[in-house]
Ligand binder design. Structure first.
Ligand SMILES: C[S@@+](CC[C@H](N)C(=O)[O-])C[C@H]1O[C@@H](n2cnc3c(N)ncnc32)[C@H](O)[C@@H]1O
Length: 362
C-alpha cells in the first residue's frame, strides 16, 4: 500500500490486528511495570500518526492512552507518553484527540509535531533519564517505510534495563526500494550495518526476504536477550510486514506471546510466528499442538528437566506460549513417556503447577 497523503486514512484489517496486539500487550506491560515496581514509565510512539482512522477507530497513541486510562483501580505510577508525528496536520489532529480526554495528574502526554522521531527523542531523552538510566520504556516504532527509524536509537533504548521495542518492519516497501542507489545511507541507518547489501544482491525473493528478516533479528539480538518476529502476510501469501519485539525480560516475552495468540483471525491476512524459518506456526484459535509435542519430545527425550526449564524452552525457543505445553505434558505422562522424579507428596497425576518439579523423559 502506498503511504496515504491525507491527514487521516482508512484502517486496514491487518492494522486492526496490530492494534489489538498492542492494546493487549500494553494492558499487561502497564500494570506489571507501574504497580509497585517503578514510579515512572514511558510509552513512546515514534511514528504516532493522527490518532484516529477514517471510520473513527483509534490509532496507536490513543490506544495506548485509553488503555492506561481504563485501569480500575487507576494506575498510580507516573505514565509518560511521548507521541511524535512529523506531519503537523496529523500532529494537530492527534492533539485534538488527546484534548478530548480528561487526564489524571500522573499522566504526562507530549505530542511532538513537525519533527522526526530521531530529533524528538534526542531532544527529550534526558528528561526521561533517572539516575543515569532511561526509565522503563516501551517504544513503538511504526514507520510507513524505513526512513527515520535509525537502528542507533533502537540500540540506545534497548541498552537500558526494562526497556523494549516493538518495530513494524515494512518488508514490502523495504524490498521494493532496497536496490535504489539513493537509499544507501537510509538503509545503512535503518539496519545499523551495511550487511543488507548482501541480501539486496540476492534475486531469489524468498532468500532475500529471509536474509533481510534475519539481519534485523540478529541486529536486535546484540542488545536484547529475547527477540521474536511475527509475519503479517496478505491474502496472496506475500509478506506485508514483520513485527519485531525485542526485550530483556522473559515476562515481557510471555505477555507478547499471549497478545499474539489472542489476535483474531481474518480471511484477509495470515499472521504467523516468523522467528525460525524451520518452524512455521500460524496464530490460530486451534494451535498446532502436535508440532509442539514433537519439539518437546525431540528436545527432552532421555533427559531430566524441571517444569520451569520446559516453560522457558517453550517461551524462548518456540512460537508457543506457556498455556500450550501443560496439556502436552499431561498426555506424555499418560502415555508413559515421562514421569515426575521429585513430585510433592500431594501431587495429582497430570498436574504440573510446581515449577521446581523435575520430569524424566523416557
Ligand atoms: C504507519 S503511520 C503510523 C500509524 C500509527 N502508529 C497507528 O498505528 O495508528 C506512520 C506515521 O509516521 C509519520 N512519520 C513519517 N516519518 C516520520 C518520522 N521520521 N518521524 C515521526 N513521524 C514520521 C507519518 O506522517 C505517519 O503519520
Amino acid at each position: 500500500m502506498a503511504a496515504p497523503k491525507q491527514t487521516i486514512w482508512p484502517l486496514e484489517p491487518h492494522t486492526r490486528a496490530k492494534h489489538e496486539i498492542l492494546k493487549r500487550y500494553l494492558q499487561a506491560w502497564m500494570v506489571i511495570l507501574s504497580q509497585g515496581r517503578f514510579p515512572e514509565i514511558l510509552y513512546i510512539d515514534g511514528f504516532a500518526g493522527p490518532g484516529q482512522y477514517e471510520g473513527g477507530e483509534a490509532g496507536s497513541p490513543i490506544i495506548a492512552l485509553d488503555t492506561a486510562l481504563a485501569f480500575k483501580p487507576p494506575l498510580t505510577a507516573t505514565i509518560h507518553f511521548l507521541f511524535v508525528e512529523e506531519r503537523t496536520d496529523r500532529a494537530d489532529y492527534l492533539r485534538q484527540q488527546v484534548a478530548l480526554r480528561a487526564l489524571p495528574a500522573n499522566f504526562s502526554v507530549i505530542v511532538e509535531g513537525g519533527m522526526t522521531f530521531e530529533t524528538a527523542f534526542t531532544n527529550r531523552y534526558s528528561s526521561y533519564v533517572r539516575q543515569g538510566r532511561l526509565m522503563p520504556t516501551f517504544a513503538f516504532i511504526d514507520p510507513f517505510g524505513w526512513t527515520g527509524a535509525p537502528f542507533s536509537l533502537v540500540k540506545q533504548i534497548l541498552s537500558h534495563r526494562s526497556c523494549e521495542v516493538f518495530v513494524n518492519f515494512m518488508y514490502e516497501e523495504i524490498n521494493r526500494f532496497i536496490g535504489h542507489p539513493d537509499q544507501v545511507a537510509n538503509f545503512n541507518s535503518f539496519f545499523g550495518t551495511e550487511e543488507w547489501r548482501r541480501c539486496a544482491s540476492t534475486s531469489e525473493p524468498r532468500v532475500r526476504n529471509r536474509c533481510l528478516h534475519d539481519l534485523y533479528l540478529s541486529q536486535l539480538h546484540t542488545d536484547a536477550k529475547y527477540v521474536r518476529s511475527f509475519e503479517m502476510s496478505n491474502a496472496r501469501d506475500v509478506t506485508d510486514y514483520y513485527l519485531f519485539y525485542a526485550t530483556n525480560e522473559l515476562l515481557g516475552l510471555k505477555k507478547m506471546k499471549e497478545a499474539m495468540w489472542k489476535t483474531d483471525e481474518s480471511g484477509e491476512f495470515r499472521f504467523s510466528d516468523a522467528t525460525d524459518p524451520n518452524q512455521f506456526i500460524l496464530f490460530e484459535k486451534a494451535p498446532q499442538l502436535p508440532a509442539l509435542r514433537q519439539r518437546l519430545v525431540t528436545k527432552f527425550t532421555g533427559k531430566d528437566a524441571s517444569v520451569a526449564d520446559i516453560e522457558r524452552y517453550v517461551l524462548v525457543e518456540t512460537a508457543f506460549r506457556e498455556s500450550h505445553y501443560k496439556g502436552i505434558l499431561k498426555s506424555l505422562e499418560r502415555d508413559g513417556a515421562l514421569k515426575a522424579v521429585n513430585p510433592a507428596a500431594a501431587r495429582r497425576t497430570g498436574t504440573f503447577g510446581d515449577p521446581a518439579m523435575v520430569l524424566r523423559f523416557a
